[in-house]
Design a protein around this ligand. Structure first.
Ligand code: AMP
Length: 192
């Protein structure tokens, strides 16, 4: 099963992607998590990444494309994967489409988490208090939301056209367990 999650920061897509990955026994490829892990390496990339992540701006398309291509081709993704946080720009989307064509695979399901931006801001502030993430402050939230609207929303729109029969909008204001049930219901329907 090959799944892509779209949704603004704070929409809960990471939590749901994690739960679903456990359930389906496939890897959860969260590019945010992958980049935060790279921050721990003491190399040239570290300081560059630190600056970009803490400002809420996007890391270069080339780096993300390379990371994702490597992971998808690795054995861990033999039975599928969940992409969370990628593709985030039209350039990443173009790369993914040509990569899929070259490697002869497609995507099974697209979940697009929809949430009012006021709730997004509140949720991220709560996460800032709980997790102390450096990129969860009010100024950075604004940058991240603007990036989402400008760069990622056009990508999710493009996916909704390309995968019209397996694209699903999800009401991200619901409780975690309700959203989980909804995702499973959609997956089960797809099996019939
Ligand atoms: P996330 O945890 O998905 O909100 O990602 C945290 C940060 O990692 C983002 O604000 C970006 O700086 C960076 N990032 C994650 N995924 C991507 C991507 N696909 N392209 C560019 N930057 C990314």
């Amino acid at each position: 099963m090959k799944i892509v999650f779209f949704g603004p920061p704070g929409s809960g897509k990471g939590t749901q992607a994690n739960l679903l990955a456990d359930q389906l026994c496939i890897p959860h490829l969260s590019t945010g998590d992958i980049l935060r892990k790279k921050l721990k390496n003491e190399d040239d990339l570290q300081s560059q990444l630190k600056e970009t992540l803490s400002s809420g701006n996007l890391v270069s398309d080339d780096l993300l494309n390379q990371i994702i291509a490597e992971r998808i081709l690795s054995n861990e993704c033999a039975n599928g994967f969940i992409l969370d946080g990628y593709p985030r720009t039209m350039s990443q989307s173009d790369f993914l489409f040509s990569f899929m064509e070259k490697n002869n695979f497609s995507l099974d399901i697209i979940f697009d988490f929809k949430l009012d931006f006021k709730i997004v801001q509140q949720r991220i502030m709560n996460r800032y208090i709980e997790e102390k993430r450096a990129d969860d402050t009010i100024e950075v939230i604004k940058t991240r939301l603007n990036k989402y609207i400008k760069e990622t929303h056009p990508v999710s729109k493009f996916f909704s056209n390309q995968f019209s029969s397996n694209y699903f909008s999800i009401d991200a204001s619901l409780e975690i367990s309700e959203i989980q049930k909804e995702l499973i219901k959609i997956l089960k329907k797809g099996e019939n």
